[in-house]
Design a binder for this molecule. Structure first.
Ligand SMILES: Nc1nc2c(ncn2[C@@H]2O[C@@H]3COP(=O)(O)O[C@H]4[C@@H](O)[C@H](n5cnc6c(=O)[nH]c(N)nc65)O[C@@H]4COP(=O)(O)O[C@H]3[C@H]2O)c(=O)[nH]1
Length: 791
């Protein structure tokens, strides 16, 4: 290399740009250090330069260099010139790799930004230092409702909801002044388009020198969130303020949340029920099957509604109207159960109150006509099934109008209330008293033992009403009552007719002079009055010692010998009238007087028997009737013991006749009483045998000595074959049981012959003698041909 070239080379190697000389074929003739470095090729001289060389244009040209270490960019200028007398090109390569890479990076970042801005769910905006919009993305337009490009500059302001604009500007100013990021919620509405709630965020952008470039911000559409928030707020308000208790459980029915009403109704706090099941509130009133059925329905229909009894924390049981629904997730699996319930205890109470008001008289609180009719119908149905009697008593107060007119309606009301109270206190709990209106009352008597029993109660009511009444005004008044009685089934079998008949009878009672009772049928009125009259007179008769004992001889059929007598009570009035037992014994049984009478007959018979023994009369067995009332409601054993002890009459001479029905009433007790009596040594006979339902097995239970064939079987002998067969069977049966047999009511020789043939032991009857007064009986014994006194 000549010196001049050497020096030129030194100079060229100091230059940072690459300098090359290539011939026209592109073979490198010279390269400075910078070119070698840039091209990363050491022995480049003599080699072809694999880059296009612009021959004609002096303009710089950007070229791409492929180097071992990677791409590089250079700005190439080429100038034709003559190198050592041959045409060549001087090429200058200025390394622009760094600039190019920055440009590419910028392009990438721009593309990335564009993509992000397009995909971003938020609206993006950029402003200059004065807040004028320079850029907005599509999403911004979508949210604001503004069409493209209208937002640029100050156009965006139009899209802010008019009412929010001032506030937004205020907050914008504050953030620019304080240099803090902008963050605010406001609305967009362009023209009359839909309103969109957004969260607007913006922050200032500065250059390297901290000079403000402008602002970049986003808007996030929170319309749905706002709407959901509003809905949630509403739901929460409903949840908390509703009067219904709400309980939310998980899929395993464990309580997760309850509302305020739940806490108020149940008394359990949120903490006390969290994680528990609703079994916490179980009342115990429903069987297990109730809950099984309920959950089966929920599983099937996803819903259940019904009334249920639950228990509050304080233990009180109350009714709920409960509905349970299921909540499912998107996969269709149950995730919650929601129970909503109302405490219906007040509703139930008011329903009951309404029900009560509908069926009761508000003044007296007695049942009204409606309730009475339904109770009457129910009682009729029951009486029909059980073959019982019942009575309807229609009551109308006498002189009530006078009280009302004289002392005013308040006093009248007062009196009606007192009447209601007195009626209720005099009647049994099972009887129904009701006020039909005005001064009319009606009474229902169930399980009436006897038609006359109604009359007795009517008389009791009349007596009660006749007592003095002290009004709240301080006045004392007296009233009466007229009562009409209708009986089921005698007078009617329908409720309406019974009331109607009782009403008719009541008017008859009023017409008859008031303060009395009247049955719907005259016959019953008579019968009842007669029986009541007898009851009254009988009480007096007992007090005045008008009872007598008659004796009917009992004879041994085989020998004709008198073996004893049946003691039969008679009632001899002051006027000398002899009232037979059939007329007063049933009344005495109804009223309980029978015990008084029976005890008296027992003692009188023992006294008489002992007197006859003392007088030297043969030892006779005297049979005394014992009623079922006496057997069950008095200490019969004690009465017998003291009668025997006080009179000295021997126990083995006394026989007690008990009826089949009395023994069958309370079997176990009867056996015990009879055993005790037997232990005293008295004989026991079963009376009226054959009229009840006694069986052989049944009879064996009792310690009986004698069996008495009822008169009804003897009456038609020898005409009735049936009766004869029955009588023969009874005799045979008694023999098997080692009991003696006596036939009663024997009136004819044929009857006696039949009994003799059938080996009946004893008999009594008019054939030999009627029941006789004691003195006549004594004569009878003395004169009887087979009397031991005559033999
Ligand atoms: N037609 C007819 N009648 C005859 C004949 N032989 C006897 N009699 C009557 O038949 C009844 C027999 O008495 P009973 O079956 O115990 O039936 C008695 C008895 O159940 C009851 N009775 C009588 N006295 C008493 C008593 O002191 N206490 C109790 N608890 N009941 C008594 O009254 C019922 C009726 O008594 P009486 O009127 O005395 O009627 C008596 C008697 O007079 C006859 O050949 N022909």
């Amino acid at each position: 290399m000549p010196d001049s070239l050497e020096r030129l080379n030194l100079i060229l190697n100091t230059i940072t740009d690459g300098i090359l000389v290539v011939d026209i074929l592109g073979i490198v003739l010279y390269a400075n250090q910078a070119a070698i470095k840039l091209l990363e090729r050491k022995a480049i001289v003599g080699q072809t330069l694999a880059i296009p060389i612009s021959t004609g244009s002096p303009e710089p040209q950007d070229i791409n260099l492929i180097r071992p270490s990677g791409f590089a960019w250079a700005e190439m200028r080429s100038v034709p010139f003559e190198w050592e007398y041959t045409p060549a090109y001087a090429i200058v390569l200025h390394d622009i790799t760094a600039r190019k890479q920055a440009e590419i990076a910028l392009q990438h970042s721009e593309a990335l930004f564009q993509t992000l801005a397009r995909l971003a769910p938020v609206g993006i905006f950029k402003t200059d230092t004065h807040g004028k919009f320079e850029y907005v993305n599509q999403r911004w337009y979508d949210i604001s409702g503004m069409s493209a490009d209208l937002a640029l500059g100050d156009g965006w302001v139009e899209a802010i909801f008019a009412d929010d604009r001032a506030r937004v500007f205020q907050e914008w100013d504050r953030t620019t002044q304080t240099q803090t990021p902008f963050n605010s919620q406001y609305r967009f509405q362009y023209k009359n388009g839909p309103v969109h709630w957004v969260i607007g965020r913006a922050t200032a952008e500065y250059d390297q020198n901290h000079e403000l470039l402008g602002y970049i911000g986003t808007i996030t559409d929170i319309t749905d969130i706002k709407r959901n928030e509003a809905q949630l707020r509403q739901a929460a308000a409903v949840f908390e303020t509703t009067r219904e208790g709400v309980m939310i459980t998980d899929a395993n029915r464990r309580i997760q949340r309850v509302n305020r009403a739940f806490i108020e109704i149940t008394g359990y706090s949120q903490a006390e029920c969290l994680g528990k099941t609703a079994a916490l509130m179980r009342s115990g009133r429903h069987p297990r099957e109730f809950y099984v059925e309920m959950w089966a329905q929920i599983n099937l229909y996803e819903h259940w509604q019904g009334e249920i009894w639950n228990r509050r924390k304080n233990g009180e049981i109350y009714p709920e109207l409960l509905s349970i629904s299921t909540v499912k997730n998107q996969a269709g699996e149950i995730c919650n159960y929601v129970g909503v319930f109302a405490d219906i205890s007040k509703l139930k109470a008011s329903e009951q109150e309404l029900e009560y008001l509908a069926h009761h008289d508000p003044l007296t609180t007695l049942p009204n006509r409606m309730l009475f009719m339904s109770r009457l119908q129910h009682s009729i149905d029951q009486a029909q099934r059980q073959n019982c009697q019942l009575a309807v008593l229609m009551l109308d107060l006498d002189r009530f109008k006078d009280v009302n007119d004289s002392f005013g309606h308040l006093a009248g009301d007062d009196l009606l209330q007192m009447v209601a109270r007195r009626l209720n206190s005099r009647l049994r709990a099972s009887d129904t008293v009701c006020r039909l209106g005005g001064d009319e009352f009606v009474v229902l008597l169930e399980e009436l033992p006897h038609p006359e029993s109604a009359a007795r109660i009517a008389l009791d009511i009349i007596a009660t009403m006749n007592e003095a009444w002290c009004l709240s005004t301080g006045n004392e008044v007296r009233i009466g009552v007229s009562i009409g009685i209708a009986l089921f089934p005698d007078h009617s079998t329908t409720a309406a007719e019974l009331i109607q008949h009782a009403d008719t009878a009541m008017y008859q009672a009023k017409n008859e002079g008031r303060n009395c009772f009247k049955y719907f049928s005259e016959r019953l009125t008579h019968a009842a009055r007669e029986r009541i009259e007898i009851e009254y007179r009988l009480r007096l008769g007992i007090e005045k010692n008008q009872l007598r004992v008659y004796y009917q001889p009992q004879l041994e059929i085989a020998t004709g010998k008198i073996i004893g007598a049946e003691a039969l009570v008679r009632w001899q009035t002051d006027q000398g009238e002899l009232i037979p037992p059939v007329r007063f014994i049933p009344i005495a049984e109804e009223t309980g007087l029978i015990t008084l009478i029976g005890n008296w007959v027992l003692k009188e018979t023992c006294r008489q028997g002992k007197q006859w023994l003392d007088a030297g009369l043969p030892a006779l067995r005297l049979a005394v009737n014992v009623s079922s009332h006496q057997l069950m409601h008095s200490d019969l054993c004690e009465v017998v013991r003291t009668s025997l002890a006080e009179t000295g009459f021997p126990a083995h001479s006394l026989e007690l006749e008990l009826t089949e029905s009395a023994l069958m009433k309370r079997e176990k007790e009867a056996i015990e009483i009879l055993n005790n009596l037997h232990a005293l040594g008295v004989h026991l006979a079963i009376d009226d045998f054959g009229t009840g339902y006694s069986s052989l097995a049944y009879l064996k239970l009792f310690p009986l000595d004698i069996l008495k064939i009822d008169k009804s079987f003897i009456d038609d002998i020898p005409m009735a074959i049936d009766d004869m067969e029955i009588t023969a069977t009874i005799i045979a049966m008694a023999k098997t049981l080692r009991m003696k047999v006596i036939a009663e009511g024997v009136e004819t020789a044929e009857q006696l012959a039949f009994l003799a043939e059938r080996k009946c032991d004893f008999y009594q009857g008019y054939y030999t003698s009627k029941p006789l007064p004691a003195n006549e009986f004594e004569d009878f014994i003395k004169q009887h041909p087979s009397s031991p006194l005559l033999s």
